[in-house]
Design a protein. Structure first.
Length: 402
C-alpha cells in the first residue's frame, strides 16, 4: 500500500503543480515561477535521497511532482515568449525533446545505479539538476511580454531588442499591445461563425483565472481544444505502449530485454528532434493528423501481431507507433495553447491542458491492466486503434489550420 502511494503521489503532485502554476505565473512571471520549481526539485531530490522510510519518499516524490506539473505548464509559455516569430514551432519542440532526453538519461542512470544504496545517486542527480537550473536562470531574461504587461514598456522594448539582436523590433513589439486578442483569435473567430454563443469579448489587461477559463462561454472553444488534444494524446494508447510494449518485446526478444526500454526512448528522442525541423514549415494540423492516423494504423498492426502471434508484426507496430507519436502527438499538444488561445488565458489554458493530461494518464494506467485481464492485450490495442480512428475524425473537423 505504501509503495503504491509512493508511486502515485508523483501524479498527484503533478496535478497540484499544474493547478497552482497559472496563479503563480500571474503573480511572478515565468522566470521566477521556473526558479520556484528549481527549489522544489532540489528539495524533492534531497528528501528522496536521504529517505529512510516510505513517508519521506512519498514527501519527496510529492515535491518533485508539484515541480514537474508546474514547469510543464510554464516552460512552453516561456519559450514561446522568448522565441523569434519564425522559430516558435522549432524552439517550442524543445520541451518535448528535453523531456525525452531526461527519460532516456534517467533510464541509463537507473540501470547503472540499481543497487540497494546506489539508487540514491539518481535522486541526488535530480537535486543537482535543480540547482544547475536555478543558477543558470540568473543569466536568463524575463519575458518581454511579461515586462510589458507589468507596465515596464521601455524595459520590455530593450529586452526584446537584446533578444533579437537588432533594434528593428517595432512590428513585433506592437503586437504586445494587442496580445489579449492576439495570434490565437483565428480559432475562436472561426468557431464563433458557427456558434452564436461564442461572442467576441473586449480585451482585458488581467489574466484569465482557471475558473473563468473553464466556465465563461467566450473561452469555450479554447477550453475544448486544449482538453481534447490532451485526451487524444492519452487515449490513442501511448502510455499503454510505453508500459507494456517493452514487456511484449521482452517476451519476443529476451536477450535484448535490458536495452529495449532505452531503445524505445532513444527512437522517440531521435524522431522528435528530426520532426522539430518541420514545425515552422509544415502545418501543425497536418502533422497532428498524420501522427494520429499513423498511431491508429500501427496500433492495429500491434493488435493483429498479438492476436495472430506474429512477433515481427508486433515489433514493427510498437516502433512505428512510437515514431508517429514523436512527429506530432508527442510534442505539438504542448504548443496548442500558445498558438490558439488568447494571451491573457495562456497560463490557465496550459494548466487545464496538463490536468487533462494527468487525468488521462491515470485513467489509462488504471484501465489497461484491468481490460487486458478481461479481454486480452490484443483486444486492448484493437480498442486503441478504434479510438485513434475516432480521434482522427475529431481532428479533421476541429483541429485549426494555423
Amino acid at each position: 500500500m505504501f509503495l503504491g502511494a509512493a508511486s502515485s503521489v508523483f501524479a498527484l503532485g503533478g496535478l497540484l503543480g499544474a493547478l497552482l502554476a497559472s496563479q503563480i505565473l500571474q503573480w511572478t512571471g515565468p522566470k521566477k515561477t521556473v526558479f520556484v520549481t528549481s527549489l522544489l526539485y532540489i528539495a524533492g531530490g534531497l528528501v528522496k535521497a536521504v529517505a529512510q522510510d516510505v513517508t519521506l519518499l512519498v514527501l519527496g516524490r510529492l515535491l518533485s511532482g508539484v515541480a514537474a506539473g508546474a514547469v510543464t505548464v510554464v516552460v512552453p509559455l516561456f519559450i514561446n515568449d522568448l522565441a523569434p516569430p519564425g522559430s516558435k514551432g522549432r524552439l517550442g519542440a524543445t520541451t518535448q525533446v528535453t523531456i525525452n532526453v531526461g527519460i532516456l538519461l534517467t533510464q541509463i542512470l537507473g540501470a547503472l545505479c540499481n543497487g540497494e544504496s546506489t539508487w540514491r545517486i539518481v535522486m541526488l542527480v535530480g537535486a543537482a539538476l535543480g540547482a544547475v537550473q536555478a543558477v543558470m536562470l540568473i543569466g536568463v531574461t524575463e519575458s518581454p511580454q511579461t515586462l510589458y504587461k507589468n507596465g515596464d514598456k521601455e524595459l520590455a522594448r530593450k529586452t526584446l531588442a537584446r533578444l533579437r539582436g537588432t533594434a528593428e523590433i517595432e512590428e513585433e513589439f506592437d503586437t504586445f499591445g494587442s496580445s489579449e486578442t492576439g495570434n490565437a483569435n483565428s480559432f475562436v473567430e472561426q468557431t464563433s461563425e458557427n456558434d452564436p454563443l461564442l461572442e467576441e469579448t473586449p480585451a482585458k489587461n488581467t489574466e484569465t483565472g482557471l475558473f473563468d477559463f473553464v466556465t465563461k462561454r467566450e473561452h469555450r472553444a479554447s477550453f475544448a481544444l486544449v482538453v481534447m488534444i490532451m485526451i487524444v494524446q492519452q487515449f490513442t494508447g501511448i502510455n499503454a505502449v510505453v508500459m507494456y510494449g517493452v514487456a511484449i518485446l521482452s517476451n519476443m526478444l529476451p536477450q535484448y530485454a535490458g536495452g529495449l526500454n532505452a531503445g524505445i526512448s532513444a527512437i522517440n528522442l531521435i524522431i522528435t528532434i528530426s520532426a522539430s525541423m518541420l514545425f515552422d514549415i509544415v502545418s501543425h494540423r497536418s502533422l497532428l493528423l498524420t501522427s494520429i492516423g499513423g498511431m491508429a494504423f500501427f496500433s492495429l498492426a500491434l493488435a493483429c501481431g498479438l492476436y495472430f502471434h506474429f512477433s515481427a508484426l508486433s515489433a514493427i507496430g510498437i516502433f512505428f507507433f512510437v515514431g508517429f507519436f514523436s512527429i506530432g502527438l508527442g510534442p505539438l499538444p504542448w504548443m496548442v495553447a500558445s498558438n490558439n488561445v488568447h494571451r491573457n488565458s495562456l497560463g490557465s489554458a496550459q494548466s487545464i491542458a496538463l490536468v487533462a493530461n494527468w487525468i488521462g494518464t491515470g485513467a489509462i494506467s488504471f484501465a489497461v491492466p484491468v481490460m487486458a485481464s478481461i479481454v486480452g492485450m490484443d483486444m486492448v490495442f484493437f480498442i486503441f486503434s478504434g479510438l485513434g480512428g475516432l480521434s482522427l475524425l475529431w481532428g479533421y473537423f476541429f483541429i485549426p489550420s494555423n
